[in-house]
Design a protein around this ligand. Structure first.
Ligand SMILES: [Zn+2]
Length: 147
């Protein structure tokens, strides 16, 4: 499982694993002590609070795979910065997304070759759970990003 996490990003480590008949749940956390404020680019190690994000990743051994990612809310130490806090960003997922970038790539690749109804069904067989309408939204977003 450590290899799965290092292939995601080398600055993350696996804290715990839970395996059921249908799911693999990996608890991961960043090893970086300091993060860069996205607004003023000052490095800070002051943590305001912690929460977790639940993010679906590529299936492992045909099981639906969920990452539980520790996410920090950091305090910016720059008194001139207009933002006192900021949320930790993870390089493998967009700020508000619930799926990793590599999972989204897989979904887009599958759905580029068939209808969203078929791809939703096919992906479900691979234990990638996504509805037909979410596929349509992803496809639309991806087309507009490329323009
Ligand atoms: Zn700042």
């Amino acid at each position: 499982m450590n290899a799965v996490i290092s292939s995601l990003d080398r600055n993350y480590r696996l804290c715990d694993t839970r395996i059921t008949d249908s799911e693999i749940i990996l608890y991961i956390t960043s090893t970086l002590e300091k993060l860069c404020c996205p607004y003023c680019e000052t490095m800070t190690g002051r943590v305001h609070s912690y929460h977790t994000r639940e993010i679906q990743d590529l299936p492992i051994s045909d099981r639906k795979t969920i990452l539980i990612v520790t996410t920090r809310k950091m305090k910016c130490i720059n008194p001139e910065c207009r933002h006192s806090t900021f949320a930790e960003r993870h390089p493998f997922v967009n700020p508000n997304a619930q799926k990793t970038n590599r999972l989204i790539e897989r979904i887009l690749k599958t759905s580029s070759e068939m209808s969203s109804v078929c791809s939703s069904r096919l992906l479900k067989n691979e234990n990638i759970i996504i509805g037909k309408s979410s596929i349509c939204t992803l496809l639309k977003k991806n087309t507009s990003d490329r323009r």
